[in-house]
Design a protein around this ligand. Structure first.
Ligand code: COA
Length: 89
């Protein structure tokens, strides 16, 4: 369910399971916030900007250009939580 980049980023870290867990949570959060059918977890890719901020490119999913998503991810030893806010610009 993860992209090559997601796996590479997680696996190089000592927090690999946290990073995979939070990306799983993020994919689900995006999926739920969008509320559109026909999307699988692997279709939704969690990317990182230069400063480490996570984002998802909704254009890749074929959604209109004015549709945007904001993500917030957080993880610790036992918990991973992701919030996704989808809005129209
Ligand atoms: C970004 C920061 C807040 C992350 O906090 P943390 O305690 O290391 O870890 P958390 O589990 O809460 O968050 C980690 C996630 O934050 C996200 N993140 C990283 N840099 C980010 C940024 N610049 N903007 C938004 N989110 C960011 C990533 O998704 C990261 O997950 P990843 O490591 O799997 O890629 C912290 O590293 C940092 O830079 N602090 C600087 C001080 C500051 O501005 N704090 C704000 C407090 S409100």
């Amino acid at each position: 369910m993860f992209s090559r980049d997601e796996l590479a980023y997680a696996m190089k870290s000592q927090k690999k399971w946290e990073r995979l867990a939070v990306r799983f949570a993020a994919k689900e959060a995006v999926w739920k916030a969008l509320g559109v059918g026909g999307l699988g977890l692997k279709d939704i890719s969690i990317k990182r900007s230069g400063n480490g901020m996570p984002f998802v490119d909704l254009k890749e999913l074929g959604l209109p250009k004015n549709r945007k998503a904001s993500l917030s991810l957080s993880h610790s030893d036992n918990y991973a939580v992701a919030y996704c806010l989808v809005y129209r610009e």
